[in-house]
Design a protein. Structure first.
Length: 567
């Protein structure tokens, strides 16, 4: 039966005894060691009561007053209750103070915030380091979004060229075997890419330091300066390259980007495999180049065909793809970009450098598409590696304030909207060979006018430029140089002036436009607007070579005269 003096499991103290009730035989209470005591159940309550009795008994013998005794009893109660509870034979542990989840959440957020700061700081450092190597300007420029510079036609033109100075043992390390021009309209979001034949014969000019006065275009980079290490020399080379290549293709080139041998491999390693469409030339079923089969030998120069097939299935060739879609890792992307079928056996690369340039364009487009994809941008590891690959292998004259515009254009212009302009497949043909391994314009040595007109026709949205009409201008005014002056006015419009000469003898009270082919309506409208006369569909008074669309006889601006002067 429960003790009637018990409250909630604890035993209240018994009424105090009278002083002197116990004899001298009562045992003396021992001084307790400091430490916790536990009140649990009936036994602990008895101990408290016994302690109380002994304190009172001893107090009587010591001559203590009632107030001293009450104070001692109060102290006993406090010590017992405040002590740390410990589990007894039948006792229960006092409930622990509940955890503060609020504190746990706060501490977790603090840790995450510190980690984010560390990661963010690392990426900021990486970006600062890479941007300092790749772009001009400072880090604060990355916060801006400056529009790219444009030419008079509203186009931004970028020269892309590559060298192999980082390829050990390369005999032509400083030759620019890859030369391309990328032209972009920032407003209409259209882009074109044109490759320049590396063997095109050019005049270097008087400032070439080592390569003579003329030679192949891929040696011009080397002849600008003998210094291949300093940033100032690199800046000077890029400036001269932009001007030199711009004069050949007929463009004002505002920007340039110089990449090295490793850029394709490092970038593809950073972003993961890329996908390109293989198309062998000359009707071949794919592309195969045995020049890189050493990669299949596993370091053994005398490896068997079986070993090579095992390492490079199915046929033992490192670069061997059927027509269609192909997924390329970093090494295969790098060597496909170099393949030009210069070692037998080979197929699908019958046009050598021309086919290599086409495959390079495909690889660049695929890298661009993969780099700005959501999967890449959401992967911090890929972004980090991509930043490193760009910083190590690319040098440009872009300002840091233009970087955000570049990224935006890269995302906004799909790869299938970057059109390739093939100078090799142009009709009529633009190039021929000179028998000495050089590529020369059909129009004549160092005459690039037809090349310029063809490129302009491809990239322009002007219908007159698209028609690319050919004209002959005849001087019927009697004033020296009129035909030449008029021809110079027509060329910027996208027309090709095949000939300037004097008109047949006679008087010409007004200019006459002969519409020879009658298949260039927009050009006919433009000429009628310029000269104030409607074109006539009758035979001109001269023999017209094939391919000429219009013959223009320019009359005197005042009175009719007999033409006896030079054009």
């Amino acid at each position: 039966m429960a003790d009637r003096n018990s409250v909630d499991g604890f035993i209240s103290r018994r009424p105090t005894s009278r002083l002197g009730e116990h004899d001298g035989s009562a045992r003396v209470v021992k001084q307790q060691e400091p430490g916790p005591r536990v009140i649990s159940g009936y036994q602990d309550a008895q101990q408290v009561d016994e302690s109380t009795r002994l304190v009172r008994s001893n107090a009587e013998g010591l001559g203590l007053t009632r107030s001293d005794i009450d104070e001692s009893l109060a102290q006993i109660d406090t010590d017992v209750i405040d002590e740390e509870p410990k589990r007894g034979k039948r006792g229960r542990r006092a409930p622990r103070k509940p955890r503060s989840w609020k504190k746990i959440i706060v501490r977790t957020l603090v840790v995450l915030f510190i980690a984010a700061l560390l990661v963010g700081g690392y990426f900021v450092w990486r970006v600062m380091h890479a941007s300092g190597q790749v772009f001009t300007g400072d880090l604060f420029g990355l916060l801006q979004q400056k529009e790219l510079s444009m030419d008079s036609n509203g186009r931004t033109n970028v020269l892309l060229f590559g060298t192999s100075e980082d390829d050990p043992g390369h005999e032509g390390a400083n030759l620019t075997d890859s030369i391309m021009v990328l032209t972009i309209n920032q407003k209409t979001k259209d882009a074109y890419m044109v490759s320049i034949p590396r063997d095109l014969r050019v005049k270097y000019g008087p400032n070439c330091t080592s390569a003579g006065t003329y030679g192949k275009i891929n040696a011009y980079y080397s002849c600008v300066s003998d210094d291949f290490t300093s940033p100032d020399a690199e800046k000077e080379r890029q400036t001269r390259m932009r001007e030199f290549i711009g004069n050949i293709v007929g463009m004002n080139i505002q920007y340039s980007a110089h990449v090295n041998y490793s850029v394709v491999r490092d970038v593809v390693n950073a972003i993961g495999p890329i996908t390109v469409t293989i198309q062998g030339s000359n009707g071949d079923p794919g592309v195969m180049d045995s020049n890189f089969d050493w990669k299949c030998k596993g370091g053994n120069e005398y490896a068997s065909l079986a070993t090579m097939k095992k390492n490079c299935p199915p046929n033992g060739h490192f670069i061997d793809y059927p027509n269609g879609s192909a997924t390329l890792d970093a090494e295969h992307a790098l060597y496909l970009a170099q393949a030009r079928g210069d070692s037998v056996p080979t197929y699908g690369l019958s046009r050598s450098n021309y086919d290599r340039e086409l495959n390079q364009q495909k690889i660049i487009k695929a890298i661009k598409e993969k780099s700005v994809s959501a999967g890449t941008l959401a992967d911090l590891g890929k972004v980090n590696n991509l930043i490193g690959a760009i910083g190590d292998n690319l040098r440009t004259n872009f300002d840091s304030s233009e970087v955000r515009t570049i990224v935006s254009l890269a995302k906004d212009i799909p790869s299938d909207q970057i059109k390739s302009i093939s100078l090799v497949d142009a009709t009529p043909e633009l190039f021929t060979g000179d028998g000495a391994g050089n590529v020369v314009p059909v129009a004549g040595m160092y005459d690039y006018t037809a090349i310029q007109a063809y490129i302009k026709k491809q990239i322009s949205s002007d219908p007159v430029v698209k028609e690319a009409a050919h004209v002959i201008v005849l001087n019927g005014s009697g004033i020296v140089g009129v035909a030449k002056t008029e021809g110079d006015k027509l060329t910027p419009l996208g027309l090709t002036v095949d000939q300037v000469a004097n008109a047949p003898s006679g008087t010409y009270p007004a200019s006459i436009i002969y519409n020879v082919t009658n298949n260039k309506p927009k050009t006919a409208e433009k000429l009628a607007q310029m000269y104030g006369v409607s074109p006539v569909i009758t035979a001109p008074p001269i023999t017209v070579p094939a391919g000429v669309d219009f013959v223009i006889i320019v009359a005197s601006p005042s009175a009719a005269q007999t033409t006896t002067t030079t054009p």
